[in-house]
Structure formats: C-alpha cells, structure tokens
Design a protein around this ligand. Structure first.
Ligand SMILES: [Zn+2]
Length: 378
C-alpha cells in the first residue's frame, strides 16, 4: 500500500500520510501525517485568528481509531503561531481537541461507548484506565454541550417551524404521534401546522415545574407580607419547599412542619403542589378529570393567587393534559429520562464531578428520546 492510500483510509481532512510503520507481532500501526500542500491556513487556538506563517512546529502522538486488529497511532506535525493577541500559541487542529493523547474521533468512540456501557466495560474494551475513560467521556460531553448551546433551541415558533421544514420529510412529520411540550402557545401552533396527526401532551414534568414556580411565589409573598420572626422561619426554606415530601429525611420534614405550624398558607400551597402529582397516576381520562376538578376545588377561599393562575392554566389546557392518558408514548420517554440519573449513579460509581453527571444525564435524555422517536418512526 502506498502512502496516498493510507491517506485515503485515514481520512483526516487536510492531512496526508508521509510515512507508516506496521508491526505485525505487536499489531500496531504508526502513521506520520502532515498538512496537505493546499492546507496552509493556521488558526490560533487562543483567539481563532488566521495566519499563513508558522512560528515553529512540533510532533504530537495521538491514539486514533483501530485499523482492524491494529492499534493505530498518528504522529502529527502541529504548528505554533506568533499571535499578536495570545503570544506564541499552538494552532487549532480539528482532530486534536485537547492536550490528551487521543484524536477527536477516538474520544468520540469512547464517549459513545460510555452511553451504553459502564466505565469499567469501556475501559476493558479500549484497554484504557477507568480514570482515562472518565476524563475522555467528560471532554466528549463538554464538546457536545458546547455545540448544543451554540445553536440552542430558543423557544420561538420560527425555530420549530424551521426544524419541521428542514429536518423532517412530510411522511416523517405525518407519523409523529405525540409531543411532550410546555403549556406554551408558539410550540402548539407550530406542531398543529406541521404535524397534523401529532397529539400535544402537556406532561407531568413541565406542569410540576409550574407548580414549583407557584409555591415559590407563595413563599416569597409570605416572606414580604409577614415581618419579624416569620421572615426568619421562611428564609432559606426554598429548597425544602421545592423538594417532594417522600425525598426528605425526618429532620428536613420536621423543619417543614415547624414552618407549616407558623404559616398555614405556605402549608396549603405545599400540599397542593404535592397532591397535583397524583394526577398522573390515573390511566383513564374520566378519573383524571375528576381528580383535577377536586384539586381545583380545594383552592376555593385559599387566597393563593399563584395557584389560582396555575389552576386556570390547567383548565385551559385540559385536552393536552388528558392526552397523557390517550397516547401510547406516555410512559416511555418520561420514565426513561427520570430513570437516567439513577442509572448513571448505579453504573458509573465514579461521578465525583457534578457537572459530569449532569452532562451525562442530559446526553442520555437526548439519545434515549431520539431512540424512542426512531422506534416510533420505524
Ligand atoms: Zn491568538
């Protein structure tokens, strides 16, 4: 095989193989690469400024995807530029996302493997240390999150319109059966227009977020309405009020009970928030309607404006709430997402880094949701 054939198989855009070394006994392949002749624009890794002149260069060695049974190492020429903003800085190379000795696509393979297997299994598969796998996975998730934020979904109807128009075919759109969304108009309009067979589901997760917002408003109003001692009692209880009773230990429950003894309005608000969740235990829409009606009835004479507004919102969106009973997708997605964090904690054991855990949970929510959407489409 000639070097240009190696170049083709390696497939690093802008780079060519100029030397290779195969060790049959050790099953290793080493490839030396440098920029192709036409690829001369250097980019400062600090500020993104472009240069045509290099300051100097160095060789870096990174592990890349295997070629068959051969473990592959790429030795790449990396330039440094003399940047007026950043000083002497290494150039930006797309295949070298960090200082670690791995190519970007190798890290992607490891990160993807981590989505469906434990760190220990992935470490064995790639013959890496578990700590290395975690570090790679964290970088992989951070990169994913950065691109997501950049083109992040803003909550505008146009954004969703654009998505339907450019990303899905008419047939795909017709096959969408249900969408879980917040009680927010623009989404509804867009979905009704583009996916006529799609049922809007106002799901538990979003509605309980509104309930949490309502109890937080009550807490704040009480804090300002009452002076003195009461202020001290309400203060710092935000997190307690937003947490579900079943997730509090006995000491925390006692703290809440002390608060409730002094302020009945906050207690009532907390009970309303807690009891709303039962709505999603009903499988039949008749039972769901009756429960919601009794929940709204409890609000009478309570003087809790945030909850009255919430009740009005629920009444206005009743049809979409009942769709939770009517659609077959209901439990799959929601349960999958809810279960993610638990699964992660069980599986990884090494999540000392909270940011890592959260990124991982987000990523799982996205991939699992996509998975279910694909299953539906198939
Ligand atoms: Zn720079």
């Amino acid at each position: 095989m000639r070097d240009n054939e190696f170049t083709k198989i390696l497939g690093w855009p802008g780079y060519r193989v100029y030397r290779h070394e195969i060790d049959e006994a050790a099953k290793t392949l080493r490839l030396w690469v440098r920029r192709k002749r036409g690829n001369r624009k250097l980019i400062c890794s600090g500020c993104g400024r472009k240069f045509s002149e290099a300051h100097d260069y160095n060789e870096r060695e990174v592990r890349d995807l295997p070629w068959g049974e051969y473990r592959t190492t790429v030795i790449i020429e990396v330039y440094r530029v003399c940047c007026p903003n950043c000083g002497i800085r290494v150039e930006k190379v797309p295949q070298l996302p960090s200082k670690a000795p791995f190519s970007k696509r190798f890290e992607e393979a490891v990160g993807q493997a981590c989505e469906s297997a434990s760190v220990r299994q992935v470490a064995r598969q790639f013959r890496l240390a578990a700590s290395t796998v975690r570090a790679i996975d964290l970088r992989y998730l951070k990169r994913w999150s950065a691109t997501r934020r950049k083109d992040g979904l803003d909550r505008k109807q146009e954004t969703l319109d654009e998505f339907f128009r450019t990303q899905l075919s008419e047939i795909q759109r017709k096959h969408i059966e249900a969408a879980c969304v917040d009680m927010w108009r623009p989404f509804t309009n867009s979905i009704a227009h583009w996916a006529p067979n799609c049922r809007i589901v106002y799901d538990k997760f979003h509605i309980l977020q509104h309930a949490n917002k309502a109890i937080d408003e009550v807490r704040r109003a009480e804090f300002f309405r009452k002076g003195g001692r009461m202020r001290g009692v309400v203060k710092g209880k935000r997190w307690l009020l937003l947490t579900r009773w079943m997730n509090l230990d006995s000491q925390k429950r006692q703290q809440l009970n002390d608060l409730f003894a002094l302020n009945r309005r906050v207690m009532k608000a907390y009970l309303l928030k807690e009891s709303l969740e039962r709505l999603w235990t009903y499988r039949y829409e008749g039972a769901m309607v009756r429960y919601l009606q009794s929940w709204i009835d409890q609000l009478r004479w309570q003087r809790l404006p945030p909850f009255q507004r919430l009740a009005q919102m629920l009444a206005d969106h009743l049809d979409g709430i009942l769709n939770y009973c009517r659609t077959k997708v209901r439990f799959g997605v929601v349960e999958a997402i809810n279960g993610n964090i638990k699964t992660l904690l069980r599986r990884g054991r090494g999540y000392k880094n909270l940011a890592y855990l959260l990124l991982k949970a987000q990523r799982m929510a996205v991939t699992k949701t996509e998975f279910i959407v694909l299953q539906k489409a198939a």
